[in-house]
Design a protein around this ligand. Structure first.
Ligand code: SF4
Length: 410
């Protein structure tokens, strides 16, 4: 029986802003952001990266606007970009004004290094006239020195107060087209700061663990922070800050949202068992081969690679499609039902062909096209494996007996 997809907690309600054509907050789908690492003045190189990021799942892309040549680059990039562009501005208030002139869809200001009230209000007034939103991007590492002193460090309260100070300047010119972030590289600090911020303001929140570092550590830190908050309903747009090709950031962001049920699956979701003593194949090798063959096609389905037919089809019965090994054969299954048995060296090929069929024809049609004897053949293999390997394939019973023997002898 099918059931509705499970998602995480209900989302915190916020105001909504528009970053170009992308709504953020106010019940809009959580969006994925990334940032280019090219020189913004390199128009063609930056556009190529923006297209790659959009292809990998980024809804919004940020580019630095750190010098006049970057602002000039933005003027050429913005009209040709497939996604809205955010200009990242630090220190130089005139760069924010130049980016607005270049036509960007959003500004990111760092209150820690753009601190003159008159300049902040000037930028906000200009953004207001043009209908362009601003992200108040507070960062623990570049916190306003006075707040650092007042709070005795970069505490959650200090980060939130920094955002509130900026909001107060904006309010003086009647500007509230805002989203806010309070990032830190310390995951626990970041989580607490966002929780406090969510209790304090009703603006949409941009989540991120700053300077998370290279994968896999960076991925783990960013996921720990972002996923924890999303699971509590906090967060409207996210960015993984990885020391890696930014395409990896966009992919990670997209995959996290899909894994939490916050965005519809757009690409492949490959699941695989961790393998164990019962495995009949090199699960890691087959899973990698299947992933690279299927990723090229970017099919929006869940595919399982399971090491044995004894447990595989049952454990992965929620997958659209899967394959399990046994007695030198691959057992292809759809929604847990065996539809074909193929030679072991054709497993990946068969999996990819069936994935194409499922996307073209649908699950029901492919179940109807199952080979007549497939279920029975798989059952034979399953029984034979159980008989040869037994229920205790990892020899736990035997080991426990030996442990007892040693203990008795002591
Ligand atoms: S029992 Fe089979 S499916 Fe489960 S981990 Fe072991 S090999 Fe994989």
């Amino acid at each position: 029986m099918s059931h509705p997809p499970v998602s995480v907690a209900s989302r915190r309600s916020t105001r909504q802003i528009m970053v170009g054509k992308v709504p953020v907050g106010g019940g809009a789908p959580v969006s994925v952001q990334s940032m280019t690492v090219t020189k913004t003045a390199d128009v063609e190189g930056t556009l190529a990266q923006i297209y790659a990021l959009a292809g990998a799942g980024a809804d919004i892309v940020r580019c630095t606007c750190n010098e006049t040549a970057a602002a000039e680059g933005l003027a050429q990039i913005v009209p040709r970009s497939p996604v809205p562009i955010v200009a990242d501005v630090h220190f130089h208030h005139e760069m924010a004004l130049a980016a607005l002139e270049a036509g960007v869809s959003c500004l990111r200001l760092n209150p820690g290094n753009l601190r003159k009230p008159a300049e902040i209000k000037n930028i906000a007034a200009e953004a207001k006239d043009r209908g362009v939103p601003i992200r108040i991007g507070v960062n623990a590492g570049s916190l306003h020195p006075e707040l650092y002193k007042k709070h005795g460090g970069a505490t959650p309260e200090a980060l939130v107060e920094s955002a509130q100070m900026e909001l107060a300047y904006f309010a003086e010119v009647g500007f509230d087209d805002v989203k806010v972030s309070v990032k830190a590289s310390n995951v626990a600090l970041m989580i607490e700061a966002y929780r406090l911020l969510a209790d304090t303001v009703d603006y949409p929140l941009h989540l991120g663990v700053t300077e998370a570092g290279p994968p896999p550590g960076g991925l783990i830190k960013a996921t720990a922070g972002i996923a924890t908050l999303l699971a509590e309903g906090i967060g409207d747009t996210i960015r993984y800050s990885l020391t890696a090709d930014p395409v990896e950031e966009a992919k990670a962001g997209r995959q996290l949202l899909e894994a939490l049920g916050l965005r519809e699956r757009k690409g492949l979701d490959l699941i695989a068992c961790p393998s164990c003593g019962r495995a009949e194949i090199d699960v890691i090798g087959v899973a990698k081969a299947a992933q690279s063959a299927l990723e090229e096609r970017n099919l929006p389905i869940q595919v399982a690679v399971m090491g044995c037919v004894v447990n595989g089809p049952g454990e992965a019965r929620e997958a659209d499609l899967g394959i399990a090994a046994g007695r030198h054969r691959g057992h292809l299954f759809i929604k847990g039902k065996i539809v074909r048995v193929v030679p072991e060296d054709e497993m990946v090929e068969a999996l990819v062909a069936e994935a194409d069929h499922i996307v073209a024809e649908g699950v029901e049609a492919r179940l109807a096209a199952a080979d007549a004897g497939a279920e029975a053949a798989a059952e034979d293999d399953r029984r034979a494996l159980l008989e040869s390997q037994g229920d205790d394939v990892n020899s736990s019973e035997e080991r426990i007996e030996l442990i007892h023997k040693w203990l008795e002898e002591e």
